[in-house]
Design a protein around this ligand. Structure first.
Ligand SMILES: Nc1ncnc2c1ncn2[C@@H]1O[C@H](COP(=O)(O)OP(=O)(O)O)[C@@H](O)[C@H]1O
Ligand SMILES: [Mg+2]
Length: 590
């Protein structure tokens, strides 16, 4: 008995629609992309009830004549490719010829279009793939497509639509992606007659980001670019302060198309490694341009995934571009009076007040830090940095040059610089300094270790001992020589010089713990990173530890020489800067 039937075209379209049209936002994406492909530079998107009631996209592009309008809604009808060879050099957003056929099979659709050199517009309406009707209409040149009552004949699909709010959030997200990829197009988004975005071409990418994500994101970005081996990269990288607990401010584009790609994600995360606190994600807007035959977009119906022919090259160029920029940028957090900083600000203010109360200067004021203000004729404090380099003042009883720092609460160092002053968290900074040194030396296998005159012993349980024996290579890499010494006891014969401040037995136990908890599923780079982190933390100067002037000076000198010194290895800030203009604003002098 024959049971097989060939499906009719409308069924085929509806099935195809299932792949391309997931929800109203997918319709919005396809329609705006068509408008962009038509050469439009002005696109207005008008939505009602999260797209459940109406999705309308109007453009001023090339338009369609009667014949094109008739054909555009047929399956696999496209003006964008002719032959299979064209598939490898696609420069338009669409090419599959599926979108209009799919959309018109699942909703009521009206398209009105006029080419530039025609006086007459035409309109076609289709009701869920049926009753196609074409007639003359009056309209400006360009195309307007209106989609009403999506899925109204498909209750099973309609059931999956979420509230108007949720659907609108998806639409807005889709609009943002397209808007970022096309800064040269005027784009408007209207919801329930209210304008959500009105973006102008020519304002530049940074301003587009500002309009879409707000001032604090835009101001927290560092711009960089590179051009190497036919790969052009332009990136706006978020400073750690604007990092998020989710990846919602990470946008990657390839030749004007928003994409998601695991190699790009990985390169970004690698570049930011140890710059951010755990579970924070950087904001990043990355734009990659490649020759069209270096990747394949025909991997997935929604074209959000691509296949790079040389993904290693893309990965390494991105990683180096981002890393170099982060490395060469001063990431010290500047003191701003935004609400999130308020608590920290209050804390520092209290600590400083407390300090000055307890240490009110007596006679030799000119040698105190912060004393090098001179007054100009307007009685405004002017900073004179020469005071810090000149020999001590004649009135001074001391003969050493005045220092430009103090330690407060045995935890923070306040140091004056040309633009104001900085507050440094001594533990966090020292942690970063040790971490960077350890990392460099371990990677070059040049970590110096010291023979212990009297080896310290450490007691290990049976599982701990087994773990130690399994990982002797890691111990060796770190310059820790450890051998059995008695029942359950091990002797530590040598220990890294850089970690002299850490207690060897304590360190060995912690190291074994990390190895134990991380054995499965962590790659060796991440594991080593975690170990170095722990080592740096143990060996660093602690909060509450009094430092000599020499030690402080040494720490400040090292800061200058250390990569990523603005953040501790866990990503917390080491330094907060206070600029003179900011202080003047705070004291209401301006
Ligand atoms: N806004 C528009 N302006 C001009 N032509 C359009 C527009 N939208 C669609 N078209 C025409 O209709 C064809 C089919 O569109 P679509 O189904 O989205 O397939 P694709 O974009 O993959 O070619 C396009 O190739 C194009 O020629
Ligand atoms: Mg299309």
């Amino acid at each position: 008995m024959a049971c097989i039937k060939v499906l009719d075209q409308n069924m085929i379209n509806m099935i195809a629609a299932g792949e391309v049209i997931e929800r109203p936002a997918s319709v919005v994406k396809e329609l705006i992309e068509n408008s962009i492909d038509s050469g439009a530079d002005k696109i207005v998107v008008n939505i009602e009830e999260g797209g459940r009631k109406l999705i309308s996209v109007t453009d001023n592009g090339c338009g369609m004549d009667t014949e094109d309008l008739r054909l555009a809604f047929e399956p696999h009808a496209t003006s964008k490719i002719n032959s299979s060879a064209d598939l490898s050099t696609i420069s338009t957003l669409g090419f599959r010829g599926e979108a209009l056929a799919s959309i018109s099979s699942i909703a009521q659709l009206t398209a009105t279009s006029r080419t530039k050199n025609s006086l007459q517009a035409n309109s076609v309406s289709i009701d869920c793939g049926q009753n196609k009707n074409l007639c003359p209409a009056s309209a400006d040149y360009g195309t307007k497509i209106q989609v009403r009552d999506i899925f109204y004949k498909l209750p099973a699909r309609q059931k999956f639509l979420k509230s108007a709010n949720t659907e609108m959030n998806h639409i807005t997200e889709c609009f943002k992606r397209i808007a970022l990829a096309n800064p040269n197009i005027n784009l408007t988004l209207i919801h329930n007659k209210k304008e959500i975005y009105n973006l102008h071409s020519g304002d530049g990418l940074k301003n587009r980001i500002r309009s879409l994500f707000g001032n604090s994101v835009a101001e927290g970005l560092i711009e960089t670019s590179s051009h190497e081996k036919n790969v052009n990269i332009k990136a706006f990288l978020g400073r750690p302060e604007i990092s998020k607990t989710n990846k919602n401010t990470q946008y990657f584009f390839l030749n004007g198309r928003f994409i998601k790609d695991k190699f790009i994600f990985h390169a970004l995360n690698e570049a930011y490694r140890s710059q951010l606190e755990p579970n924070r994600h950087p904001a990043a807007f990355v734009f990659i341009e490649l020759p069209p035959d270096d990747f394949d977009v025909n991997v997935h119906p929604t074209k959000i995934e691509v296949r790079f022919y040389n993904s290693n090259l893309i990965h390494s160029l991105l990683l180096s571009t981002i890393r170099q920029k982060l490395l060469s940028t001063n990431m010290d957090v500047s003191f701003k009076t935004s609400p999130e900083n308020f608590e920290r600000k209050q804390h520092i203010k209290d600590a400083m007040e407390d300090f000055f109360k307890k240490n009110r200067p007596a006679a030799h004021q000119q040698n105190m830090p912060f004393s090098s203000y001179t007054k100009n004729s307007a009685n405004k404090p002017q900073f004179d940095s020469r005071n810090f380099t000149a020999p001590s003042m004649p009135e001074s009883s001391q003969s050493v040059a005045p220092k430009n720092f103090i330690q407060i609460h045995n935890s923070y160092i306040v140091s004056q610089n040309d633009n104001g002053f900085v507050i440094i968290d001594q533990h966090a900074l020292h942690e970063r300094i040790i971490y960077e040194k350890l990392k460099k030396r371990v990677s070059k296998n040049s970590l110096e270790s010291q023979k212990q005159l009297v080896p310290e012993t450490v007691e290990l349980t049976q599982p701990q001992a087994e773990n130690l024996n399994k990982n002797l290579d890691i111990f060796e890499k770190l310059g820790i020589q450890i051998e059995p010494f008695g029942p359950n006891t091990y002797a530590i014969h040598s220990f890294p010089l850089l970690l002299t401040k850490a207690d060897p037995a304590d360190f060995v136990i912690d190291l074994i713990d990390i190895l134990d908890s991380k054995l499965s599923g962590t790659n060796s780079d991440q594991l080593l990173d975690e170990i170095l982190n722990m080592a740096a933390c143990k060996a660093a100067i602690k909060a509450g530890q009094k430092l000599t002037d020499d030690e402080i000076q040494h720490l400040l000198d090292q800061k200058e020489k250390t990569d990523y010194s603005s953040r501790c290895p866990h990503g917390r800030p080491t330094t907060i800067t206070f600029s003179i203009p900011e202080l003047e604003k705070q004291f209401k002098r301006t």
